[in-house]
Design a protein around this ligand. Structure first.
Ligand code: ARG
Length: 274
């Protein structure tokens, strides 16, 4: 009997000691004082082809700036993550996402059914359409006039797609460039008769390069496009964060303010609160 009592006490003592070691019961005061552990803020690597003013470009200091950078930075702040922009050539940009070298892409990427097969897109954040740039004196009034002419495009863009459809993918009159500014420079030099590219970039270039003496031609046959932020196929967690941030900046007016600051007009449909 006596032995049992001692043994029980011993066991109880050991158990208590063990408990005490692992987790001292906090006093009410210390429990109230200790803050919850600080959440780990993730930094995501963002790929962008920074030769696309005013959306994504490099300033004099070589920093990647533009509408897209301000937009994504605001989105990230709302959603609680951080971003690091990495200049990534357009031609390898989708691959960099698939390979995991980039966590997301913001690069004025048009959401297309074909691209949706290999990546996931956020809700749209910008409405765009193709626009034709020509020399001031050129007698081109519609897209169909480009059928037999030399046309410059950025390789693998939606501009490339529409011109490929008009002329045939293998037409030698399609001149493909690694960036849109290079295609526009070629128009200036007289190497091509027209350039077909996203309206925002063409308008910006024409306005900022008056010596190039370009004019633009719109055509109703171009289908409306919308830009989305791309994540690796299946990355639902990051996509949800991005969409949450996007919805918040659309709802609180900061998207509209950024849009107006950049383009001087009120945002169109894609900016409407989701
Ligand atoms: N919106 C067009 C597309 O998705 C062109 C985008 C090009 N973007 C860039 N940063 N170069 O094909």
């Amino acid at each position: 009997r006596r032995f049992l009592k001692v043994a029980t006490a011993l066991v109880a003592g050991v158990v208590l000691a063990a408990c005490g070691k692992q987790e001292p019961a906090p006093s009410a005061a210390s429990a109230a004082a200790s803050a919850p552990p600080a959440p780990v803020v993730k930094t995501y690597t963002v790929g962008t082809d920074a030769a696309y003013a005013p959306f994504e470009f490099q300033n004099e200091k070589g920093e990647i700036v533009g509408f897209s950078m301000e937009l994504l930075t605001a989105v990230a702040k709302k959603a609680g993550f951080e971003v690091k922009f990495v200049n990534t050539p357009w031609e390898g940009i989708f691959n960099s996402l698939a390979q995991g070298d980039r966590d997301l892409l913001i690069s004025s990427i048009t959401i297309t059914d074909e691209r949706k097969q290999t990546m996931d897109f956020s809700d749209p954040y910008f409405d765009a359409v193709q626009l034709i740039a020509i020399k001031d004196g050129a007698k081109i009034t519609k897209f169909d006039d480009l059928k037999k002419l030399k046309v410059g495009v950025q390789t693998g863009t939606t501009g490339d797609e529409v011109v490929s459809k008009l002329q045939g993918k293998t037409a030698t009159t399609i001149k493909r460039f690694e960036s849109t500014p290079l295609a526009l420079k070629e128009l200036e030099a007289g190497g091509v008769d027209a350039v077909v590219a996203d309206n925002g970039v063409v308008i910006h270039y024409v306005a900022n390069n008056p010596s190039a003496q370009f004019k633009t031609v719109a055509d109703a046959s171009f289908t409306p496009e919308q830009y989305g932020i791309a994540v690796k196929k299946g990355n639902a967690e990051l996509l949800a964060l991005i969409n949450k941030g996007l919805a918040e900046i659309k709802a609180d007016g900061s998207y509209a303010a950024l849009y107006k600051k950049t383009f001087g007009t009120e945002p169109a449909a894609a900016a409407a609160p989701a």
